[in-house]
Design a protein around this ligand. Sequence first.
Ligand SMILES: *Cc1c(COP(=O)(O)O)cnc(C)c1O
Length: 474
Amino acid sequence: MAITHTDDAGTANTADWAALDHAAQAAADYRRGIVTKATTPTATYGAMAAAFAGPVPETPGDPLAIIDDLVRLATPGLRAMTGPRFFGWVIGASHPLGVAADWLTSAWGQNAANLIAAPAAAAAENVAGAWLLDLLDLPRESSVGMVTGATMANFVALAAARGEVLRRVGWDVEADGLFGAPPITVLIGDEAHATVYAALKFLGLGERRVVRIAVDAQGRLLPDAVAAALSASVGPVIVIAQAGQINTGAFDPLDIIAPMVAARDGWLHVDGAFGLWARAAPALAHLAAGYDLADSWATDGHKWLQTPYDCGFVIVRDADAHRRAMTIAASYLPVADGAERDPSHYAPELSRRARGFAVWAMLRRLGRTGIAEMVERHCSVARQMADRLAAEPGVAVLNDVVLNQIILTFGGSDAATRATIMQVQADTICFVGPSDWRGTLVMRISVSSGETTEAEGDRSVAAIIAAWRAVQAA
Ligand SMILES: *Cc1c(COP(=O)(O)O)cnc(C)c1O
């Protein structure tokens, strides 16, 4: 169905409309087959770069041929991240229903900056944001911003924190910047996620200009160390805690720490990219007790909620501080009246994807009970995998498996652990990756794919044990 009219390439024609159906079919076919797909791509980056390469397209192309080429070229280089045996990073599985809502989001092409310009997008986002506060049981007066992920959620929350703690000492950082501002003390656990440091870097708070607080064997903040650092600090203070340490899954004891930070008039931020979802699961909520006492929270949609990429949430108790940090005003933009909420006032971008549609759809698809069931299932699969692996001679589980994260060593050496990880990846039955835990190379297993069941966990354990035995035999 080659299209020969090249003069109207900027306007869509029937083949472009047909490409929508064609792509939807290819996408559905890919996802229906995901369970059987190898977890490691067959093509390397080099092969992919060669496959996509070519001269600059000089003339308009045929829509259906472009989609066909995209599917054919990309497929060998796709990693089965949406499959049930992908444990490589804390990653969601882009639930098909979320993808369907996301297709509509793209097709509708709403610029979700503004509720007057895009009322449906703003309404879905605002309603979904209120549902999130309820499900995560966080202060209902909080503002919610939908961003690209927890990295940007940490950035936005810490921007609000920076502005508010300086405002309390009479400094307007949004207007006057950081030059000459009273110094802010930032306290952060020694096992915080790298993206929090990135946020501090973006905000002029400095990756190195922080006070690193001692943690226990699971990476949890030590309350006494926090207390000592708070009393040694002078001026505005921001404390950064986490729900779900990226290696151990551990939670900082905020029921103890939050009141200390409040007594010091500090701002307490929580990086809860995945761990905050424990609050949506009755059997696990005790892990995140006291987390509602914080001032701001970062979490992801594209991890445990299984929304498609990209989706994160920034939640700030003091909505005014959130808004002061992010509002973009321009003479040509319509302004919502009074109580209404323009999505772009809570996120760094002006033009932005209407992420609220997929979030609203996923929250309806799973519901309160579905989220709880999934999060609890993942954690029980993780515990079962850890127990079975620990029973194998030479395998050691290094963390208390309180959530969905497992870190392991094989044969007590970095070399044997690395060889086992590489063997698992080469076998392509399941996917696990390496991490560093306090100077030891570990295999890390993150159970967070919506598709992962007990049976898939068992199959993966068998694959990991087989790889370890193969390494020993070699
Ligand atoms: C994944 C993760 C992040 C970063 O989130 P993105 O969605 O990748 O931006 C931050 N903190 C923790 C604990 C994480 O697991």
